[in-house]
Design a protein around this ligand. Sequence first.
Ligand code: DQQ
Length: 495
Amino acid sequence: FPGDQLYKTAYHFQPPKNWMNDPNGPMFYLGVYHLFYQYNPYGAEWGNMVWAHSISYDLVNWIHLDHAIYPTGPFDINGCWSGSTTILPGGKPVILYTGIDAKNHQVQNLAEPRNLTDPLLRERVKSPHNPLMTPGDDIDPKFYRDPATAWQGPDNIWHVIVGSQIKGQGAAILYRSKDFVNWTRSKHPLHSSANTNMLGCPDFYPLDTKSSEGKHVLKASFNSHDYYILGDYIARTDKFSVTTDFTSDLQYDYGKFYASKTFLDSSTKRRILWVWVKESDSESDDNSKGWSGLQSIPRNVVLGKTGRQLVQWPIKEIENLRTRNVSFQNKKLKIGSLLEVSGITGSQADVEVSFDLVNLKEAELMDPIWVDPQLLCSQKKASAQGKLGPFGFDQSRSSLREGLDKTTYGAFVDIDPLQENISLRSLIDHSIVESFGGGGRTCITARVYPKFAYDKEAHLYVFNNGTQTVRISRLNAWSMRNAQIVPVKTRREPK
Ligand code: DQQ
């Protein structure tokens, strides 16, 4: 195990130590980006949940502040779990979050900023009415959590969904309120799903950033992945109509990626996605590292051209960290060739590459029995010879260390090879590789813990294991500078 801190990242968001999981309540307020996250102040394992708090002016460099929400009353004494921010008319950002109460039941609480003129929102007050929502008789109090960002209907009524499971089916329970304090549960959930169990960390948002109607995304976290469905939301009837339920075909990311949350960046009108990327080493590795969990680089989310799927791309601000560059065009990669991209830092890089398929006629035809791309990739792996390809990143070959989750991920990319090249962008940062295929149509995030190829020993190659020549139409790679992530402590950690 090569030292303790070799797997720490240089430009991804990480607290200085300990366990981190879900991003909570991200927002933009008075020129400042806020990120809260699930955090254990006492160790590198999940437990003792509080909302830690960091701020940024550019979504790249961060300042850690004191914890924002921690247990204080019977309504959250056993933990402050995930939730979301809603910006009320007039600009007040309020937080709904799940508290674990004295009976270990999940309940929903409200917290508001104490001082609206403080752009850093350093202090909050919890509502004297907490808990505002409690599970009904038909809801198991262990499956009732993660309130989403609320929205206002045409009649000014507030709406919010809470993740749950009712009679074994996933449910996005819908609540309504006139004043954001008194909430009434609607008879029908906004969506129920026979395909899921507890529908965790729901997120529900319009794709038109100027309207709260029309095409919407409903995202839910279950089975260790984040799935979404696209549908139409009609505010007047409060109906979200979809043509399919959650399926494995529509996932934000087909790798390590869970409990994501979006927010609308009101300064640029972008929908920005944050996500927890967990470790794939063991709990004892986490204890010896003293930390566990990363946040992805924030991604901009839009509806793709076909209207059938979302497209994600790292926020452009991250490009400010690009430094030394290597680029070339039109380079043939003969069968079996291996080309080192030298001159940049392999362990801290941003790489964009696209390939021309010179001999498309020779490509293997899709066999209709290949319905599960992850299974296909696990069977074939990167060392298998395809006719063209394989393309991508193979986690199973990324480390010689034992005890890691080395699942080989795989997903289809919806491109027209007659019109487009095959393209891949990868953000590499010591122990994480975030990859964006087809301009962000298919994303796969992986964790890597190289035993020898770390830091300066990490090298970057393009290779062709296929049985046909391919041409690199363009490769552009940069070393990435470190982001500045600094702690500012103004108050002592809660006991
Ligand atoms: N993490 C939180 C829950 C949420 C889960 C607790 C998802 O609120 O459902 O840390 O990772």
